[in-house]
Design a protein around this ligand. Structure first.
Ligand SMILES: Cc1ncc(COP(=O)(O)O)c(C=O)c1O
Length: 376
């Protein structure tokens, strides 16, 4: 059996280990320390001067993002329907209720027309949401050119979930710089990783200061432990921040590598009738975190699960696309706006191995195996 091909494994570049050693030698093994400050500074510089709070996960970044926007019990928060559960679980953490918005077929991201009509309807009924969580799914930016004016019109802040989209752009602007607050993830399968980690990002320094305070157990600046609000233990450790500093060195190369892998898949598989690829709308430059294909059931008599299992038998990891949130039993009582766009994508999509360390030989193996499965 050939070596396993993973969906999106961590990819070290050699600069991480000396930085970890430096952290060890300095004995900054505790959470926080000089590498956390450095990681925040370097990530902030990359993100056009945004303020950054490094955290233990993308989920904690989104949670604090909502808290800093004032979301609390009984509030309603709109959220992209097509996403990973963390995007909306954090709404529940705040005691608020998610309202899921379907995607537009052209980008698979939140549909701005549905958003506009829902805002209009809710404004009339006096029940506008407290915030809107928009996800940049699989590295493709949502259509902020249309979404941001709606946020401004109704005075609703945007939390951008850029967990999967570090290094992606829309109209020249980096993902994670559109939201009033944004969240990134650095878990092991992301474009860069700290093994586990995340970051909250904002242009507004007071938001980032508030997040840092909440993430550090909401400890008041007094010589004794004094608390006036509920805090969290959400900060990133200095050791992991050292990994992050090393990883940042190669970010642009990682984006290029994943884009090249996507191009390679398109070149190698496009001739198969019934196969499609996640669209990259005009103005968007995706980091191609994952290459997602679609399988037209009228042309190919194999479901994503048939294909996943056949690839698995060849020791190749593929994965279903995210199951839309309105289809999740845990959210069955939540409001949903839209039709069957996300549902249709879910039923026909499959994520292919996309890690930036994927060799040419491994890409050939994936294509050959897929071709055999589809054309058998
Ligand atoms: C869209 C999205 N949001 C949030 C998260 C949560 O990030 P983390 O796993 O770092 O908590 C992830 C990834 O895991 C994600 O893909």
């Amino acid at each position: 059996m050939e070596k396993r091909i993973f969906l999106s494994p961590p990819h070290m570049n050699g600069t991480e280990m000396p930085l970890i050693s430096e952290a060890f030698d300095s004995n900054w093994i505790a959470p926080l320390g000089p590498f956390v400050d450095r990681f925040e500074r370097e990530l902030g510089t990359y993100l056009d001067g945004r303020h950054v709070c490094a955290l233990c996960s993308g989920t904690s970044a989104l949670h604090l993002g909502l808290l800093t926007l004032g979301v609390g019990p009984g509030d309603r928060v709109y959220c992209s329907d097509f996403t990973f559960s963390a995007s909306c679980n954090v709404i529940r953490y705040c005691g608020a209720d998610p309202v899921f918005i379907d995607s537009e077929p052209a980008s698979w991201q939140m549909d701005p027309d549905l958003l506009a009509s829902k805002l209009e309807e809710d404004a009339k009924q006096g029940k506008l949401p407290k915030a809107i969580v928009v996800v940049d799914l699989y590295g493709i930016s949502a259509d902020f050119g249309r979404i941001l004016p709606l946020c401004a019109q109704y005075g609703i802040p945007l939390l951008e979930d850029s967990a999967e989209a570090l290094g992606s752009r829309r109209d020249g602007k980096l993902c994670g710089t559109f939201g009033k607050v944004s969240g990134f993830s650095f878990n092991g399968n992301k474009i860069i990783t700290t093994s586990g980690g995340g970051a909250l990002v904002s242009e507004d320094e007071s938001i980032v200061k508030r997040a840092r305070y909440l993430a550090t157990q909401a400890r008041e600046p007094k010589p004794f432990y004094h608390h006036v609000t509920i805090g969290y233990n959400y900060r990133l450790s200095n050791l992991l921040a050292a990994v992050g500093c090393g990883q940042l060195n190669a970010l642009e190369q990682r984006v290029e590598a994943r884009r090249a892998i996507f191009d390679n898949y398109v070149a190698a598989l496009s001739d198969i009738e019934g196969i499609g690829f996640m669209p990259e709308p005009e103005g968007a430059i995706s980091n191609k975190w994952l290459t997602v294909i679609t399988i037209d059931p009228d042309k190919i008599r194999k479901s994503p699960e048939d294909i996943r299992q056949a690839m698995e038998a060849e020791n190749i990891e593929t994965r279903w696309a995210w199951k839309p949130m309105h289809m999740q039993p845990v959210y069955e009582n939540s409001e949903f706006v839209g039709g069957d766009v996300c549902e249709n994508i879910f039923n026909k999509a499959l994520c292919l191995p996309s890690g930036s360390s994927l060799s040419g030989h491994e890409q050939d193996r994936v294509c050959e195996c897929l071709r055999n499965v589809l054309l058998k």
